[in-house]
Design a protein around this ligand. Structure first.
Ligand SMILES: [Zn+2]
Length: 471
Protein backbone atom coordinates (compact mmCIF):
# COMPACT_ATOMS: atom_id res chain seq x y z
CA UNK A 1 0.00 0.00 0.00
CA UNK A 2 0.98 3.64 -0.41
CA UNK A 3 0.68 5.70 2.78
CA UNK A 4 0.89 9.49 2.88
CA UNK A 5 1.79 11.22 6.18
CA UNK A 6 2.10 14.83 7.36
CA UNK A 7 2.19 16.92 10.53
CA UNK A 8 0.53 20.31 11.03
CA UNK A 9 0.21 21.20 14.71
CA UNK A 10 -0.51 24.24 16.78
CA UNK A 11 -3.08 24.90 19.51
CA UNK A 12 -4.66 28.31 19.04
CA UNK A 13 -5.58 30.46 22.01
CA UNK A 14 -7.88 32.91 20.26
CA UNK A 15 -7.58 35.27 23.24
CA UNK A 16 -3.76 35.45 23.02
CA UNK A 17 -2.20 38.64 21.65
CA UNK A 18 0.87 36.71 20.42
CA UNK A 19 0.55 36.11 16.68
CA UNK A 20 1.53 32.74 15.21
CA UNK A 21 3.52 33.46 12.06
CA UNK A 22 6.03 31.79 9.80
CA UNK A 23 8.82 32.12 12.38
CA UNK A 24 6.82 30.23 15.03
CA UNK A 25 6.67 27.18 12.72
CA UNK A 26 10.30 27.55 11.59
CA UNK A 27 11.59 27.66 15.14
CA UNK A 28 10.01 24.38 16.06
CA UNK A 29 10.95 22.72 12.78
CA UNK A 30 14.59 22.89 13.80
CA UNK A 31 13.75 20.05 16.12
CA UNK A 32 10.63 18.43 14.78
CA UNK A 33 8.30 16.67 17.16
CA UNK A 34 7.44 13.80 14.87
CA UNK A 35 7.08 10.82 17.15
CA UNK A 36 3.84 9.85 15.42
CA UNK A 37 5.22 10.21 11.89
CA UNK A 38 8.32 8.23 12.87
CA UNK A 39 6.14 5.44 14.26
CA UNK A 40 4.05 5.37 11.06
CA UNK A 41 7.18 5.27 8.89
CA UNK A 42 8.87 2.49 10.86
CA UNK A 43 5.72 0.37 11.13
CA UNK A 44 4.76 0.80 7.48
CA UNK A 45 8.22 -0.04 6.19
CA UNK A 46 8.34 -3.07 8.42
CA UNK A 47 4.99 -4.15 6.97
CA UNK A 48 6.27 -3.68 3.41
CA UNK A 49 4.32 -0.53 2.54
CA UNK A 50 5.55 2.61 0.78
CA UNK A 51 5.52 5.83 2.82
CA UNK A 52 5.41 9.31 1.32
CA UNK A 53 6.08 12.02 3.92
CA UNK A 54 4.96 15.62 3.54
CA UNK A 55 5.44 18.65 5.80
CA UNK A 56 6.29 18.68 9.50
CA UNK A 57 5.05 22.02 10.82
CA UNK A 58 4.67 22.59 14.56
CA UNK A 59 4.33 25.88 16.42
CA UNK A 60 4.18 26.60 20.15
CA UNK A 61 0.59 27.49 21.10
CA UNK A 62 -0.25 31.20 20.77
CA UNK A 63 -2.82 33.38 19.01
CA UNK A 64 -4.38 32.67 15.60
CA UNK A 65 -2.07 31.72 12.74
CA UNK A 66 -1.72 34.30 9.99
CA UNK A 67 -3.93 33.52 7.02
CA UNK A 68 -1.11 33.46 4.46
CA UNK A 69 1.08 31.30 6.71
CA UNK A 70 -1.67 28.74 7.22
CA UNK A 71 -2.66 28.67 3.56
CA UNK A 72 0.95 28.21 2.47
CA UNK A 73 1.47 25.24 4.83
CA UNK A 74 -1.88 23.70 3.89
CA UNK A 75 -1.31 24.17 0.17
CA UNK A 76 2.13 22.58 0.43
CA UNK A 77 0.59 19.56 2.17
CA UNK A 78 -2.19 19.30 -0.43
CA UNK A 79 0.29 19.67 -3.34
CA UNK A 80 2.42 16.90 -1.85
CA UNK A 81 -0.65 14.69 -1.59
CA UNK A 82 -1.57 15.40 -5.22
CA UNK A 83 1.95 14.42 -6.28
CA UNK A 84 1.83 11.25 -4.19
CA UNK A 85 -1.42 9.92 -5.72
CA UNK A 86 -2.69 7.31 -5.84
CA UNK A 87 -2.48 6.60 -2.10
CA UNK A 88 -4.40 4.04 -0.07
CA UNK A 89 -4.06 5.73 3.31
CA UNK A 90 -3.54 9.30 4.53
CA UNK A 91 -2.33 9.64 8.14
CA UNK A 92 -2.23 13.16 9.55
CA UNK A 93 -0.81 14.25 12.89
CA UNK A 94 -2.84 17.36 13.73
CA UNK A 95 -3.84 19.21 16.89
CA UNK A 96 -7.55 19.78 16.45
CA UNK A 97 -7.68 23.31 17.91
CA UNK A 98 -5.85 25.27 15.24
CA UNK A 99 -7.44 28.55 14.20
CA UNK A 100 -6.12 30.85 11.46
CA UNK A 101 -7.34 34.23 10.33
CA UNK A 102 -10.45 33.38 8.30
CA UNK A 103 -10.45 29.71 9.43
CA UNK A 104 -12.09 28.63 12.69
CA UNK A 105 -11.43 24.97 11.86
CA UNK A 106 -8.06 24.51 10.15
CA UNK A 107 -8.03 20.75 10.64
CA UNK A 108 -11.52 20.40 9.15
CA UNK A 109 -10.34 22.45 6.18
CA UNK A 110 -7.21 20.31 5.72
CA UNK A 111 -9.12 17.03 6.02
CA UNK A 112 -11.83 18.15 3.61
CA UNK A 113 -9.25 19.15 1.00
CA UNK A 114 -7.42 15.85 1.47
CA UNK A 115 -10.68 14.01 0.86
CA UNK A 116 -11.39 16.03 -2.26
CA UNK A 117 -7.91 15.31 -3.68
CA UNK A 118 -7.57 11.69 -2.60
CA UNK A 119 -11.11 10.57 -3.43
CA UNK A 120 -13.66 8.47 -1.57
CA UNK A 121 -11.72 5.20 -1.64
CA UNK A 122 -8.67 6.47 0.23
CA UNK A 123 -8.75 5.92 3.99
CA UNK A 124 -8.04 9.18 5.81
CA UNK A 125 -7.09 9.16 9.49
CA UNK A 126 -6.11 11.91 11.92
CA UNK A 127 -4.49 11.81 15.34
CA UNK A 128 -5.55 14.75 17.51
CA UNK A 129 -4.63 16.19 20.90
CA UNK A 130 -7.47 15.68 23.38
CA UNK A 131 -7.59 19.49 23.74
CA UNK A 132 -9.30 19.63 20.35
CA UNK A 133 -12.54 21.06 19.00
CA UNK A 134 -13.93 18.03 17.26
CA UNK A 135 -15.98 19.49 14.39
CA UNK A 136 -18.58 18.06 12.00
CA UNK A 137 -16.27 18.95 9.09
CA UNK A 138 -13.44 16.84 10.53
CA UNK A 139 -15.76 13.90 11.15
CA UNK A 140 -17.30 14.12 7.69
CA UNK A 141 -13.92 14.14 5.96
CA UNK A 142 -11.95 11.52 7.91
CA UNK A 143 -12.60 7.78 8.17
CA UNK A 144 -11.10 7.64 11.65
CA UNK A 145 -10.06 10.19 14.26
CA UNK A 146 -8.14 9.04 17.32
CA UNK A 147 -7.31 11.38 20.21
CA UNK A 148 -4.81 11.10 23.04
CA UNK A 149 -6.40 9.63 26.15
CA UNK A 150 -3.90 10.90 28.70
CA UNK A 151 -3.44 14.38 30.19
CA UNK A 152 -0.42 14.84 30.55
CA UNK A 153 -0.09 13.52 26.99
CA UNK A 154 2.13 10.50 27.54
CA UNK A 155 0.32 8.30 24.99
CA UNK A 156 0.99 10.17 21.72
CA UNK A 157 2.84 7.24 20.14
CA UNK A 158 0.33 4.66 21.43
CA UNK A 159 -2.52 6.54 19.82
CA UNK A 160 -0.54 6.90 16.57
CA UNK A 161 -0.25 3.11 16.61
CA UNK A 162 -4.02 2.74 17.17
CA UNK A 163 -4.78 5.03 14.23
CA UNK A 164 -2.33 3.16 11.98
CA UNK A 165 -3.94 -0.17 12.78
CA UNK A 166 -7.49 1.09 12.21
CA UNK A 167 -6.64 2.82 8.92
CA UNK A 168 -4.57 -0.04 7.49
CA UNK A 169 -7.25 -2.57 8.42
CA UNK A 170 -9.86 -0.34 6.79
CA UNK A 171 -7.79 0.07 3.63
CA UNK A 172 -7.41 -3.68 3.31
CA UNK A 173 -11.17 -4.15 3.72
CA UNK A 174 -11.00 -6.05 7.01
CA UNK A 175 -13.03 -3.43 8.89
CA UNK A 176 -15.31 -0.48 8.14
CA UNK A 177 -14.88 2.32 10.73
CA UNK A 178 -18.00 4.34 11.52
CA UNK A 179 -17.95 7.15 14.06
CA UNK A 180 -20.49 8.60 16.47
CA UNK A 181 -20.24 11.42 18.99
CA UNK A 182 -22.02 12.56 22.11
CA UNK A 183 -21.87 16.24 23.04
CA UNK A 184 -20.97 16.67 26.74
CA UNK A 185 -21.41 20.45 26.43
CA UNK A 186 -18.76 21.19 29.05
CA UNK A 187 -15.71 23.45 29.19
CA UNK A 188 -12.77 22.69 31.47
CA UNK A 189 -9.47 20.93 32.03
CA UNK A 190 -9.53 17.35 33.30
CA UNK A 191 -6.19 15.79 34.30
CA UNK A 192 -6.18 12.02 33.96
CA UNK A 193 -3.59 11.40 36.66
CA UNK A 194 -6.13 11.14 39.49
CA UNK A 195 -9.49 9.51 40.05
CA UNK A 196 -12.16 9.51 38.79
CA UNK A 197 -10.51 10.26 35.42
CA UNK A 198 -7.92 7.52 35.82
CA UNK A 199 -10.58 4.78 35.77
CA UNK A 200 -12.50 6.55 33.02
CA UNK A 201 -9.44 6.41 30.76
CA UNK A 202 -8.71 2.79 31.63
CA UNK A 203 -12.32 1.87 30.89
CA UNK A 204 -12.20 3.62 27.50
CA UNK A 205 -9.19 1.47 26.58
CA UNK A 206 -10.84 -1.66 27.91
CA UNK A 207 -13.95 -1.04 25.77
CA UNK A 208 -11.90 -1.18 22.54
CA UNK A 209 -13.03 -4.72 21.62
CA UNK A 210 -16.19 -6.55 20.49
CA UNK A 211 -16.79 -4.31 17.49
CA UNK A 212 -15.54 -1.09 19.05
CA UNK A 213 -12.32 0.12 17.39
CA UNK A 214 -11.63 3.30 19.37
CA UNK A 215 -13.08 5.37 22.21
CA UNK A 216 -11.88 8.95 22.84
CA UNK A 217 -12.88 11.70 25.22
CA UNK A 218 -12.44 15.00 23.42
CA UNK A 219 -11.65 17.27 26.39
CA UNK A 220 -11.87 20.41 24.23
CA UNK A 221 -9.66 23.49 24.46
CA UNK A 222 -11.23 26.17 26.68
CA UNK A 223 -9.26 29.09 25.20
CA UNK A 224 -10.38 28.70 21.62
CA UNK A 225 -13.44 30.79 20.84
CA UNK A 226 -15.01 28.68 18.09
CA UNK A 227 -18.54 27.29 17.76
CA UNK A 228 -17.42 23.68 18.43
CA UNK A 229 -15.41 24.31 21.62
CA UNK A 230 -16.18 21.83 24.41
CA UNK A 231 -16.03 18.23 25.56
CA UNK A 232 -17.44 15.37 23.47
CA UNK A 233 -17.28 11.60 23.40
CA UNK A 234 -16.17 9.91 20.20
CA UNK A 235 -16.55 6.21 19.50
CA UNK A 236 -15.60 4.29 16.36
CA UNK A 237 -17.28 0.96 15.66
CA UNK A 238 -16.71 -1.61 12.94
CA UNK A 239 -19.61 -1.07 10.58
CA UNK A 240 -22.26 -0.67 13.28
CA UNK A 241 -23.29 2.97 13.68
CA UNK A 242 -25.84 2.14 16.37
CA UNK A 243 -23.14 0.51 18.50
CA UNK A 244 -20.81 3.51 18.08
CA UNK A 245 -23.66 5.79 19.13
CA UNK A 246 -24.50 3.69 22.20
CA UNK A 247 -20.91 3.57 23.39
CA UNK A 248 -20.34 7.30 22.82
CA UNK A 249 -23.52 8.08 24.70
CA UNK A 250 -22.89 5.76 27.65
CA UNK A 251 -19.34 7.08 28.19
CA UNK A 252 -20.57 10.62 27.57
CA UNK A 253 -23.28 10.32 30.23
CA UNK A 254 -20.75 8.88 32.65
CA UNK A 255 -18.48 11.87 31.96
CA UNK A 256 -21.36 14.25 32.76
CA UNK A 257 -21.53 12.59 36.19
CA UNK A 258 -17.84 13.08 36.96
CA UNK A 259 -16.94 16.30 35.11
CA UNK A 260 -17.31 18.40 38.27
CA UNK A 261 -15.34 16.15 40.58
CA UNK A 262 -12.62 15.60 37.95
CA UNK A 263 -12.20 19.28 36.99
CA UNK A 264 -8.75 20.81 37.57
CA UNK A 265 -9.02 22.69 40.88
CA UNK A 266 -6.87 25.69 41.65
CA UNK A 267 -6.02 27.35 44.95
CA UNK A 268 -6.10 31.17 45.13
CA UNK A 269 -2.59 32.65 45.02
CA UNK A 270 -2.66 34.14 48.53
CA UNK A 271 -3.79 30.87 50.06
CA UNK A 272 -1.12 28.91 48.16
CA UNK A 273 1.59 31.28 49.40
CA UNK A 274 0.31 30.82 52.96
CA UNK A 275 0.85 27.09 52.54
CA UNK A 276 4.38 27.69 51.25
CA UNK A 277 5.22 30.20 53.99
CA UNK A 278 4.01 27.84 56.73
CA UNK A 279 5.50 24.65 55.33
CA UNK A 280 8.07 22.92 57.49
CA UNK A 281 9.20 20.59 54.74
CA UNK A 282 9.56 21.13 51.01
CA UNK A 283 9.55 21.32 48.21
CA UNK A 284 5.97 22.28 47.46
CA UNK A 285 5.46 22.41 43.70
CA UNK A 286 3.20 25.28 42.64
CA UNK A 287 1.86 25.27 39.08
CA UNK A 288 1.25 28.72 37.63
CA UNK A 289 -1.62 27.40 35.54
CA UNK A 290 -2.55 30.80 34.09
CA UNK A 291 0.85 31.41 32.47
CA UNK A 292 1.24 28.08 30.68
CA UNK A 293 2.91 28.82 27.34
CA UNK A 294 1.63 25.40 26.23
CA UNK A 295 -1.89 26.89 26.24
CA UNK A 296 -0.87 30.05 24.43
CA UNK A 297 0.02 32.17 27.48
CA UNK A 298 2.98 34.59 27.26
CA UNK A 299 5.21 32.63 29.62
CA UNK A 300 6.67 35.78 31.15
CA UNK A 301 4.02 36.74 33.71
CA UNK A 302 5.23 38.08 37.05
CA UNK A 303 2.16 37.84 39.29
CA UNK A 304 3.38 34.90 41.35
CA UNK A 305 6.99 36.09 41.53
CA UNK A 306 5.96 39.59 42.59
CA UNK A 307 3.78 38.15 45.35
CA UNK A 308 6.68 35.96 46.56
CA UNK A 309 9.02 38.96 46.62
CA UNK A 310 6.48 41.18 48.38
CA UNK A 311 5.89 38.58 51.07
CA UNK A 312 9.61 37.96 51.48
CA UNK A 313 9.28 34.21 50.96
CA UNK A 314 12.78 32.85 50.35
CA UNK A 315 14.39 29.61 49.21
CA UNK A 316 12.10 29.31 46.20
CA UNK A 317 12.93 28.51 42.57
CA UNK A 318 10.73 29.59 39.66
CA UNK A 319 10.74 29.35 35.89
CA UNK A 320 10.90 29.48 33.07
CA UNK A 321 10.41 33.12 32.15
CA UNK A 322 10.45 33.83 28.42
CA UNK A 323 12.67 36.89 28.13
CA UNK A 324 15.42 36.70 25.49
CA UNK A 325 16.39 40.35 26.04
CA UNK A 326 17.04 39.80 29.75
CA UNK A 327 18.93 36.60 28.92
CA UNK A 328 21.17 38.50 26.50
CA UNK A 329 21.78 41.12 29.17
CA UNK A 330 22.87 38.39 31.60
CA UNK A 331 25.22 36.92 28.99
CA UNK A 332 26.81 40.35 28.47
CA UNK A 333 27.27 40.74 32.23
CA UNK A 334 28.69 37.23 32.61
CA UNK A 335 28.45 34.55 35.29
CA UNK A 336 29.02 35.92 38.78
CA UNK A 337 28.02 39.48 37.87
CA UNK A 338 25.57 41.45 40.02
CA UNK A 339 23.38 43.71 37.91
CA UNK A 340 20.17 45.70 38.02
CA UNK A 341 17.91 43.73 35.72
CA UNK A 342 14.44 44.35 34.36
CA UNK A 343 12.81 41.06 33.36
CA UNK A 344 9.44 39.44 32.65
CA UNK A 345 6.11 41.20 32.22
CA UNK A 346 6.69 42.21 28.61
CA UNK A 347 4.37 40.47 26.15
CA UNK A 348 0.99 41.83 27.12
CA UNK A 349 -1.54 42.61 29.82
CA UNK A 350 -1.58 38.96 30.91
CA UNK A 351 2.16 39.25 31.66
CA UNK A 352 1.75 41.76 34.49
CA UNK A 353 4.44 44.37 35.06
CA UNK A 354 8.18 43.71 34.66
CA UNK A 355 10.30 43.04 37.74
CA UNK A 356 13.19 45.36 38.52
CA UNK A 357 15.69 43.75 40.86
CA UNK A 358 19.34 43.60 41.78
CA UNK A 359 20.21 40.09 40.62
CA UNK A 360 23.24 37.85 40.65
CA UNK A 361 23.91 35.94 37.45
CA UNK A 362 24.55 32.41 38.72
CA UNK A 363 24.84 30.38 35.52
CA UNK A 364 24.45 30.71 31.76
CA UNK A 365 23.76 28.08 29.10
CA UNK A 366 23.90 28.68 25.36
CA UNK A 367 21.61 25.76 24.41
CA UNK A 368 19.63 24.76 27.48
CA UNK A 369 16.99 22.03 27.25
CA UNK A 370 14.64 19.95 29.39
CA UNK A 371 13.09 16.51 29.06
CA UNK A 372 9.69 16.27 27.41
CA UNK A 373 6.79 14.85 29.43
CA UNK A 374 6.95 11.43 27.73
CA UNK A 375 10.76 11.24 27.31
CA UNK A 376 10.34 11.04 23.53
CA UNK A 377 12.70 13.95 22.90
CA UNK A 378 14.37 16.90 24.61
CA UNK A 379 12.51 20.21 24.59
CA UNK A 380 14.55 23.29 23.77
CA UNK A 381 14.85 26.23 26.18
CA UNK A 382 17.56 27.97 24.16
CA UNK A 383 19.95 30.51 25.57
CA UNK A 384 19.11 30.60 29.29
CA UNK A 385 20.19 32.23 32.53
CA UNK A 386 19.92 31.33 36.22
CA UNK A 387 19.60 34.51 38.22
CA UNK A 388 19.15 34.98 41.96
CA UNK A 389 17.33 37.79 43.77
CA UNK A 390 16.19 38.04 47.40
CA UNK A 391 16.36 34.32 48.11
CA UNK A 392 14.64 33.36 44.88
CA UNK A 393 16.28 31.46 42.02
CA UNK A 394 14.81 32.35 38.64
CA UNK A 395 15.36 30.72 35.25
CA UNK A 396 15.09 32.98 32.21
CA UNK A 397 14.86 31.32 28.78
CA UNK A 398 14.89 32.35 25.13
CA UNK A 399 12.30 29.82 24.00
CA UNK A 400 8.68 30.37 25.03
CA UNK A 401 7.65 27.07 26.52
CA UNK A 402 6.11 25.50 29.60
CA UNK A 403 8.12 23.54 32.17
CA UNK A 404 7.98 19.78 31.63
CA UNK A 405 10.83 18.43 33.76
CA UNK A 406 13.11 19.28 36.70
CA UNK A 407 16.17 19.57 34.46
CA UNK A 408 14.80 22.91 33.28
CA UNK A 409 16.27 23.96 36.67
CA UNK A 410 18.84 21.31 37.55
CA UNK A 411 20.40 21.57 34.08
CA UNK A 412 21.67 25.01 35.11
CA UNK A 413 22.93 23.71 38.47
CA UNK A 414 19.95 24.56 40.69
CA UNK A 415 19.18 21.95 43.38
CA UNK A 416 15.47 21.39 44.02
CA UNK A 417 15.30 19.01 47.00
CA UNK A 418 16.14 21.61 49.65
CA UNK A 419 13.83 24.31 48.28
CA UNK A 420 10.75 25.52 50.10
CA UNK A 421 8.86 25.72 46.81
CA UNK A 422 9.32 25.16 43.10
CA UNK A 423 7.05 27.32 40.95
CA UNK A 424 6.57 26.03 37.41
CA UNK A 425 4.78 27.70 34.54
CA UNK A 426 2.58 24.83 33.32
CA UNK A 427 -1.01 23.64 33.71
CA UNK A 428 -0.48 19.92 34.14
CA UNK A 429 2.21 18.57 31.78
CA UNK A 430 4.80 19.12 34.56
CA UNK A 431 3.00 16.63 36.77
CA UNK A 432 4.62 13.37 35.77
CA UNK A 433 8.19 14.53 36.33
CA UNK A 434 7.64 16.78 39.36
CA UNK A 435 5.14 14.82 41.46
CA UNK A 436 7.79 12.30 42.62
CA UNK A 437 9.95 15.02 44.16
CA UNK A 438 7.12 17.18 45.54
CA UNK A 439 5.95 17.08 49.14
CA UNK A 440 2.74 18.51 47.74
CA UNK A 441 1.54 19.77 44.34
CA UNK A 442 -0.73 22.84 44.21
CA UNK A 443 -2.29 24.23 41.04
CA UNK A 444 -2.39 27.98 41.66
CA UNK A 445 -5.02 30.40 40.44
CA UNK A 446 -2.94 33.51 39.76
CA UNK A 447 -3.95 36.22 37.28
CA UNK A 448 -2.83 35.61 33.70
CA UNK A 449 -3.82 34.51 30.23
CA UNK A 450 -5.43 31.15 31.05
CA UNK A 451 -8.16 31.77 33.60
CA UNK A 452 -9.27 28.54 35.28
CA UNK A 453 -12.65 30.21 35.84
CA UNK A 454 -14.25 28.28 32.99
CA UNK A 455 -17.69 29.80 33.59
CA UNK A 456 -16.40 33.28 32.73
CA UNK A 457 -14.46 32.83 29.49
CA UNK A 458 -15.36 35.65 27.15
CA UNK A 459 -16.72 33.63 24.23
CA UNK A 460 -18.24 35.47 21.28
CA UNK A 461 -18.60 32.58 18.83
CA UNK A 462 -19.32 29.73 21.21
CA UNK A 463 -22.84 29.31 22.56
CA UNK A 464 -22.79 30.37 26.23
CA UNK A 465 -25.14 27.64 27.42
CA UNK A 466 -22.45 25.23 28.59
CA UNK A 467 -21.39 23.69 31.89
CA UNK A 468 -20.17 25.17 34.28
CA UNK A 469 -21.73 28.43 33.11
CA UNK A 470 -25.11 26.73 33.30
CA UNK A 471 -25.70 23.48 35.12
ZN1 LIG B 1 -3.20 19.11 24.90
Amino acid sequence: MRIFTATLVTETNTFSPIPTGREAFNRRMQQPDVASMALWRETAERDGHVVVESIVAIAQPAGPTGRAVYEELRDELIADLKNALPVDVVLLYLHGAMVAQGYDDCEGDVLERCRRIAGELTVIGAELDLHAHLTPQMLASANAIVLYKEYPHVDIVDRARDLYRICLDAASGRIRPVSATFDCNAIGLWPTTAQPMRSFVDDMSARERDGILSVSLVHGFPYGDVPSAGAKMLAIADGDHGLAKDVAESFGRRFLELRDEALLRVMPLGEALDVVANATEGPIVLADVADNAGGGAPGDSTFVLRALLERGIRNVVTGTYYDPIAVDTCFEAGEGAAIDLRFGGKLGKASGQPIDARVEVRALLEAHQQDYMDDSRPARLGRSAWIHADGIDIVLASVRTQVFAPNAFTGLGIALEDKRAVVVKSSHHFWRKFAPLARRVIHVGAPGALSPDFASIDYRKRDLRYWPRVS
